[in-house]
Ligand binder design. Sequence first.
Ligand code: NAP
Length: 316
Amino acid sequence: MTRDCRASRRTSGWAPDRIPDQSGRLAVVTGANSGIGYVTARELARRGAHVVLACRSHERGRDAVERLRAEVPGARTELRLLDLADLKSVRAFAEGWSQDRVDLLVNNAGVAMVPFSRTTDGFESQFGVNHLGTFALTGLLMPRLLAAAHPRVVTVSSEGQRFARFDMANLNAEHRYRAAFAYVRSKRANLYFAMELQRRADAAGLRLRSMAVAPGLTRSNVLTGGANSARGRAYRLLTRLLLRIAFRPTPDGARTTLYASTVPDLPGGSYVVPDGLLQLRGEPVLRSRERAIRDSVTAHRLWVLSEQLTGVRYAL
Ligand SMILES: NC(=O)c1ccc[n+]([C@@H]2O[C@H](COP(=O)([O-])OP(=O)(O)OC[C@H]3O[C@@H](n4cnc5c(N)ncnc54)[C@H](OP(=O)(O)O)[C@@H]3O)[C@@H](O)[C@H]2O)c1
């Protein structure tokens, strides 16, 4: 039996109704106005957590808060604006944080396979939003995370990362841009980041736990681009059809994130994926046979580069 199979046995049967009471926990979920982020925020709030929905659009964020409060009466939620494509916005979010701590940061927001564009700071948008924005946000919130008794950071990657060719010389589309390759590279960067964060926390003797997750193919706005899409009508119609046929319902896709966010004794450095065929569907399991998890050399190089590009230095 492989290690993964053993892990699969260990976690089988887990479902969100097993989430323990989250009262007293202060959570931030990025990209919480739609898809996996919305379900994550809603289920954390349902269990009593105070959840900050960190969204780039005031209107979409406000609608999400209203919907969530209607679905979970008495939910403790609030909206805070955050645009990961703009480091000024990321800094403003962290500097405007008024509570003493953050117990849980769910780095969920992302864009996928978008046409070429650059962020406000000049980064290729998938690398810039999915990785650099997330890297900067986590670093700037680190003092607040370290003020929590049991801080946890959950970063949403994708099993698509397994197909990434991690070309350090083209991370920022210096030479060429192909949307799908840039996406899976940014998701590999998410995995390197989550694992390197754990290594650094361990080396510093901190209680912080960092995990990565892959949701599996999930119905959401991620391929259609939601309200902000620059894609054509035909593309969006075809993608919607594909989502209906091949992708599973959004709550199923949020399972790995909720698992990593709430299972009390889950070790830092875990990578949680769905256990079905090709890890695309099924219950959350820990995937340990993943080269990227152990590739501390590339993860270190990416970390140093990310500090240079964002100007955010970690307090560890
Ligand atoms: N769905 C899948 O099959 C799948 C598979 C593997 C991994 N994932 C990952 O799962 C995560 C959640 O995606 P999803 O599937 O739930 O898609 P989604 O419904 O499109 O949600 C993505 C969220 O990220 C937000 N976002 C995008 N750019 C942002 C920015 N610059 N600043 C702040 N927020 C931003 C979006 O806001 P707007 O609504 O304003 O656009 C939205 O709230 C992503 O990291 C994605 O890569 C998804």
